[in-house]
Ligand binder design. Structure first.
Ligand code: GLN
Ligand code: ZN
Length: 766
């Protein structure tokens, strides 16, 4: 049964985290940005970056990775680097050479005597929580190779390991993701870009490179047919003698792309096994000429869980028997999306810590798999056994599987969750209960998180102040926020969220089934990192999580106070989730806990409850064919969580930075009484989806972009509201900012809200 090939399969990586242990790069970058940018400052930054790269190179060498990724490093973002590499800084920046300072200009914008130069926009990298800078193609700016910086990184890697494999995002992905021209215009430029890639490839040949990995994750998206058809000719054009190309697809499944992929004139294909089916992988291999390499992305590069070596071997052994040395092994994608090293998590329960696998651990798993294939499973029997027994313990860890919680969720999900009455009837009941004016004003939840607030929370966490003192100080803060809102004349108040550091962490810390890492940072964008909680066990709510704060706030005022919760889909999307239960089931568990919270809040007399779902849209699968299934359970979990509310309790939801056009039916199916959304930046354009669909419930389109330090004037707010009134009936329109005020200071908050209230009054009087 066991394979008899003497050479173990080649192992390689598609990319490693670049933020450094202890977030070294973050600190170095932020120090550099504060500095005056002298050559000394820059040298310090470069030295720190070198050591970040050196660390992951060393890890790869220690693990025996045959072809470590090279030039996957960026000081901020790889796509912006690529734009510079091909001379594509937008014209407003003038000519920018490919250098760290140019990259920072693209990322952070620039102040000049003539005013500020806006940075590139940022958006999520496929369905991950990493944000890339969106390249802008100015019409007519020719592609011009500026390769020294990139080649420097390649040479540095080759110096240490002659087999290092440079990584590049491919031309089709670059053009598809870029803005600044229509899709057709961008596609028209593909041949010219292919030529620029080809010149770069020639330079890599000169540098002694054998293989280059070209990432084309867009190949798995629902691209227009012209785009799909362009892949083959474009790759014929960029092919360059002397270097072999490994085309990497990941994230989206290869389903429906087998013909395209197999015809591409490349020397190997990397496939993400965590999203593509075995049938598709086999069918792809059937079509491949027998000199081409298949890189099996067997280790899920986005999972933080230790691999089940046995079952992975099960999946790849037949392929290895078929392909022999033509099969390579890799993580499914770049390891950018997992933290660096799980060895730092020894404070966690041992069983949990043992079952974590971050980037460093994955490198070892990869080598083990390679050995297991070449020498048979016996050769790694001990490691297989260790992995198996760690997993065995995890499965039995107290809290992992709680039959009472499972039974409760099963019972809950059997029913069709719905409020007792339809919106029309509820609205009447709520009008009476809440006694709100026409065009009611409200905010999205958080108020300025001052240094004082943060210091208090920190002191409390460190045990420097006790619970009583903490509560006392937080109550003061809530009182300040309530008083301010009363003075400003807002209609539906909030408590201000001073007790929350983060909208997911706050709930995770109070729910069963969650754990928190110490060093589990992943890059979100630039120097910013997030530390997602881990959902490892069945979720439960031992006690109320927000009721105390909300009822305290309500006790201070006669006006209604809105309770504030994070929704099930957002809690799920912004966490690392267990891999033994479907996301759907975990979402239902979260919903069950939130449902208890809603019940308690309503019972405590809180007449409006907001359940934030900013991650609702980003959870959409990459392929449209899979949207229906996701939307079904996402909507269901929101409804499960909220449908217990009595008619008189007004349910709000909030989403920001989302497009609603193609999911408006599901948004309506949430059946929230009120939805607040971000609409300022699009000048109310995002409302069209609601208007065209005849959205039946109430809407609060944001009229103040709180992510910008500029406070709009009363006239501007009135103007925006007038635009909104053309699309939403006046008795269903709310007046509110785009998002929470957490990042704003008090002076601008006061000023902005004053104007917002003033604008609402002005319109009411008309
Ligand atoms: N209630 C949260 C706040 O106001 C919502 C945050 C968000 O939309 N991301 O901060
Ligand atoms: Zn928001």
């Amino acid at each position: 049964m066991c394979a008899t090939f003497s050479q173990p399969p080649i192992t390689h990586t598609l990319g490693l985290p670049r933020i450094g242990t202890g977030r070294a790069l973050k600190w170095a970058l932020e120090a550099y940005w504060r500095s005056s940018g002298t050559s000394d400052d820059r040298q310090r930054l470069e030295a720190e970056a070198w050591s970040v790269r050196d660390t992951v190179r060393r890890w790869q060498a220690e693990a025996g990775i045959s072809r470590p990724a090279a030039a996957d490093f960026s000081f901020y973002d790889g796509l912006a680097d690529l734009a510079l590499l091909f001379g594509q800084a937008p014209a407003r920046f003038g000519n920018l050479p490919a250098s760290p300072d140019s990259l920072f200009a693209l990322a952070r914008g620039r102040d000049t005597d003539k005013g500020t130069v806006a940075p590139l926009a940022m958006t999520k990298w496929f369905d991950t929580n990493y944000h890339f800078l969106v390249p802008e193609l100015d019409a007519g700016r020719p592609f011009r190779l500026d390769a020294e910086r990139y080649l420097g990184l390649v040479r540095e890697a080759l110096d240490q390991d002659a087999l290092a494999k440079p990584v590049l995002v491919g031309p089709m992905t670059f053009l598809w993701l870029a803005r600044g021209a229509t899709a057709d215009e961008r596609l028209d430029r593909a041949p010219a870009l292919a030529d620029a890639y080809s010149s770069l490839l020639s330079r890599l040949v000169d540098a002694g490179v054998e293989w280059v990995q070209i990432d084309e994750p867009v190949v798995g998206l629902d691209l227009p047919s012209e785009w799909l058809a362009a892949f083959e000719p474009i790759y014929h054009r960029l092919r360059t003698p002397g270097v072999r190309l490994l085309l990497a697809s990941y994230f989206a499944p290869i389903e429906g792309r087998l013909g395209l992929l197999s015809r591409l004139p490349v020397d190997g294909l990397h496939v993400d096994f965590s999203t593509s089916s075995s049938t598709d992988v086999e069918a792809l291999i059937d079509r491949l000429p027998d000199f081409k390499v298949i890189s099996a992305g067997v280790l899920d590069g986005r999972s933080i869980w230790r691999a089940d070596l046995d079952s992975l071997l099960e999946r790849v052994e037949p392929l290895y028997r078929r392909l022999g040395e033509r099969m390579w092994l890799a993580p499914s994608c770049s390891l950018l999306h997992v933290p660096l090293d799980a060895a730092e998590e020894q404070h966690l329960p041992a069983v949990l810590a043992e079952n974590l696998s971050f980037a460093r651990q994955k490198l070892n798993e990869l080598s083990l798999l390679s050995r297991g294939l070449a020498e048979g499973r016996e050769a790694i029997a001990e490691e297989i056994e260790l992995a198996r027994s760690a997993r065995w313990c995890l499965e039995r860890l107290e809290g992992r599987l709680c039959s009472d919680k499972r039974a409760q969720v099963a019972e809950l999900t059997e029913m069709e969750p719905a409020r007792s009455n339809a919106y029309g009837e509820r609205a009447r009941a709520q009008r009476e209960a809440l006694d709100l004016p026409l065009l009611p004003t409200t905010t999205i939840g958080s108020f300025p998180q001052t240094n004082d607030i943060r210091a208090t929370r920190r002191a409390w966490r460190r045990g420097e102040i006790d619970n009583t003192e903490y509560e006392h100080r937080m109550h003061d803060e809530v009182a300040t926020v309530i008083r301010a809102q009363e003075m400003l004349g807002l209609d539906l108040l909030v408590h201000g969220e001073p007790e929350r550091n983060d909208m997911v962490e706050y709930f995770g810390e109070q729910l069963e089934g969650f754990a928190f890492t110490r060093g589990g940072w992943v890059q979100s964008y630039g120097s910013r990192c997030v530390k997602p909680p881990i959902i490892w066990g069945d979720v439960g709510r031992p006690q109320p999580m927000t009721v105390r704060w909300s009822t305290y706030a309500q006790s201070l005022t006669d006006r209604p106070v809105k309770g504030m919760l994070t929704g099930p889909v957002t809690l799920l999307s912004w966490s690392f989730v267990r891999d033994d239960l479907s996301r759907e089931q975990v979402a239902y568990q979260l919903a069950a806990s939130l449902r208890e919270e809603v019940t308690d809040l309503a019972q405590a007399g809180i007449a409006a409850i907001q359940m934030d779902e900013p991650a609702f849209r980003e959870g959409l699968p990459l392929r449209r064919s899979q949207w229906g299934e996701y939307l079904d359970w996402a909507v269901r979990s929101f409804r499960l969580a909220t449908a217990v509310a009595p008619d008189t309790t007004q349910i709000h939801t909030h989403m920001c930075y989302s497009e609603f056009n193609d999911i408006i039916e599901s948004i309506a199916a949430l059946d929230a009484d009120v939805i607040t959304i971000e609409t300022t930046r699009s000048n109310m354009k995002l409302l069209d989806a609601f208007a065209d669909f005849d959205y039946p419930n109430e809407i609060g389109p944001g009229v103040w972009d709180i992510h910008s330090p500029l406070v709009p004037s009363v006239e501007e707010i009135v103007e925006r509201l007038e635009l909104a009134l053309a699309k939403v009936p006046v008795d269903r329109l709310w007046v509110n900012p785009d998002c929470g005020l957490k990042t704003r200071g008090w002076p601008e908050t006061r000023l902005g809200l004053e104007r917002l209230v003033e604008a609402a009054r002005h319109l009411r009087n008309r």
